[in-house]
Design a protein around this ligand. Structure first.
Ligand code: FES
Ligand code: FES
Length: 79
């Protein structure tokens, strides 16, 4: 299994809007982090949907190693 690229070793804080869907980049190759820009094509990775249920700040995983993806779970601290 290929490892995802580490986009950055910290989360991305994003203001999300209730009712909107966001597509988190799982492969780490997107130029539009933390979201998918299609760069995963041809790889084993696919983006992960996050559906916002409220207007709030969400911390999306930047290291691509969270066990609670697409959100940061602190795993970046042990990289
Ligand atoms: Fe990374 Fe699409 S570019 S999952
Ligand atoms: Fe990936 Fe925190 S940035 S677990």
């Amino acid at each position: 299994m290929t490892e995802p690229v580490i986009a950055q070793k910290s989360p991305y804080a994003v203001e999300v809007k209730a009712g909107r869907s966001y597509w988190w980049c799982a492969c780490g190759k997107s130029a539009k982090q933390p979201f998918c820009d299609g760069s995963h094509k041809g790889s084993a990775f696919a983006p992960v949907e996050y559906k916002a249920t409220a207007d709030r700040t969400v911390f999306f995983c930047g290291c691509k190693r969270s066990k609670k993806a697409p959100l940061c779970d602190g795993s970046h601290n042990s990289l």
